[in-house]
Design a protein around this ligand. Structure first.
Ligand code: NAP
Length: 329
C-alpha cells in the first residue's frame, strides 16, 4: 500500500516522502480502514520538522492524526463496527492509547488498522473530507467550549485567528447560540468569518491593542470564553480580554513569549486558565452528535490529491488557509 513517511531525523518538510508498506490485517478487536481523507493540523508541521514533544523522528513515521475512511475488514470479537461503515479515527488510539501521527503511525496511508474503540461512526451528511477534520481541531474546539465552563446561549466567545481550531469554535459556538468575536491578520478572512456567522471581527495586525476592542465590543465586560491558540505571545492579551468568571482555553503554541505571563490578572476577575490537550473519544462522540443535529459542515479550505500531499503541508505552513486543509486518499 502507498503511504507517506517522515524520514528518521527529519527537520524540514522535505523529510516527508512517499513510501510503500505491506497492507496490514486486523487482529482480534481491531478494524482495517481504507483511508479516504486526512486533515492537517499545525501539529503535523511540528512533528515533520522535529519540533514536537518527541523531537525528531527516530524511525520512519506515517504522519497526521486525523483521518476518515471506510471499514474494509473487522477482526475477531469486533461487534460495534461492520464492513462499509464510514468512520473517523480518534486522535489518540491503540494500546496503550497515544496520539496518532506521533508517537504512533498516523493516517496518511491507504490502509490503517485501528482498535475498535479508536474509531467512531461519523454523521451521514459529512463527506470523508469534512469528517477528517473532527478528531483534533473539532474535538479541541468542543473541549474548549463545552467540557468545563459550558458555553451558553448569549455568552461571548473570542476565537483567535482563522485556523482549523478557531473556525471549528466559531461554528460550534454559533450552533450553541453564542456571540462570536474572531480575530485575524487578514481582512479578507474576517469577511469570510462574518459570512459564517461571526458577530464581530478584529484585525490583530492593524489593531495591535485588540483587547481594548474586545472590551469596547462587550461594554467593558470581556469575553466569557477565549479560544487561545496563540500561546505565550497572546496570553497576556487574553488575560485582558477575558471577563468575570470567564475561561481561557489554553490550546496553542503559535507565538513566542511577549509581555507579562503572570496569571494574576485572572484572580481579580475570578477567571480560569484551562490547559487543553485535544480530548478523549467520548468528546469525539459528543461532537459528532452535535454536528449531526445541527447539520454542521466543517469548513474545508482546500483539498489536495494524495500525490500532492507535500503541497498541502506547504500550504498549511504558508498560513493562507481559512479553516482546514485536507488530503484526499
Ligand atoms: N492543545 C491542543 O490540544 C491543541 C489542539 C489543536 C491545536 N493546537 C494548537 O493550536 C494552534 C492552532 O492550531 P490549528 O491547527 O488551528 O492551526 P492552523 O490551522 O495552522 O491555524 C493557524 C492560524 O492561527 C492564527 N494566528 C497565528 N498567529 C496568531 C496570533 N498572533 N494571534 C492570533 N491568531 C494567530 C492565524 O490566523 P489568521 O491567518 O487568520 O491570522 C493562522 O492562520 C497551534 O499552535 C496548534 O499546535 C493545540
Amino acid at each position: 500500500m502507498k503511504v507517506y513517511e517522515i524520514q528518521a531525523g527529519s527537520t524540514s518538510l522535505d523529510g516527508i516522502q512517499p513510501g510503500e508498506r505491506d497492507k496490514p490485517a486486523p487482529g482480534p478487536g481491531e478494524v482495517l480502514v481504507r483511508m479516504r481523507a486526512a486533515a492537517l493540523n499545525y501539529r503535523d508541521l511540528a512533528v515533520a520538522t522535529g519540533r514536537y514533544f518527541g523531537g525528531v523522528a527516530k524511525e520512519p513515521l506515517i504522519p497526521m492524526s486525523d483521518g476518515a475512511g471506510e471499514v474494509e475488514a473487522v477482526g475477531q470479537g469486533v461487534t460495534g463496527l461492520a464492513v462499509g461503515d464510514r468512520v473517523v479515527g480518534a486522535f489518540a488510539s491503540g494500546n496503550p492509547p497515544a496520539p496518532l501521527g506521533s508517537p504512533y503511525d498516523g493516517v496518511l496511508t491507504e490502509y490503517r488498522v485501528f482498535t475498535e474503540d479508536g474509531l467512531v461512526k461519523f454523521p451521514a451528511h459529512l463527506s470523508f473530507e469534512e469528517a477528517s477534520t473532527l478528531p483534533c481541531a473539532g474535538v479541541t474546539a468542543w473541549n474548549g467550549l463545552f467540557e468545563a465552563k459550558i458555553c451558553r446561549p448569549g455568552d461571548t466567545v473570542l476565537a483567535l485567528g482563522t485556523g482549523g481550531v478557531s473556525i471549528w469554535a466559531l461554528q460550534l459556538a454559533k450552533a450553541a447560540g453564542a456571540r462570536v468575536i474572531i480575530t485575524s491578520s487578514s481582512d479578507e478572512k474576517l469577511e469570510h468569518a462574518k459570512k459564517l456567522g461571526a458577530d464581530d471581527v478584529i484585525n490583530y495586525k492593524t489593531t495591535p491593542k485588540w483587547p481594548d476592542e474586545v472590551m469596547k465590543l462587550t461594554n467593558g465586560e470581556g469575553a466569557d470564553h477565549i479560544i487561545e491558540v496563540g500561546g505565550s505571545g497572546t496570553l497576556p492579551f487574553s488575560y485582558q480580554s477575558v471577563g468575570r468568571g470567564g475561561e481561557i482555553a489554553l490550546i496553542g503554541v503559535l507565538t513566542q513569549p511577549d509581555g507579562d505571563l503572570s496569571p494574576h490578572p485572572l484572580m481579580l476577575k475570578g477567571a480560569t486558565l484551562r490547559g487543553i490537550f485535544v480530548g478523549s473519544r467520548e468528546l469525539l462522540v459528543r461532537l459528532c452528535r452535535a454536528v449531526d443535529v445541527n447539520k454542521i459542515h466543517p469548513v474545508v479550505d482546500s483539498t489536495f490529491a494524495f500525490d500532492k500531499a507535500l503541497d498541502a503541508f506547504r500550504y498549511l505552513q504558508s498560513a493562507k488557509h481559512f479553516g482546514k486543509v485536507v488530503i484526499k486518499i
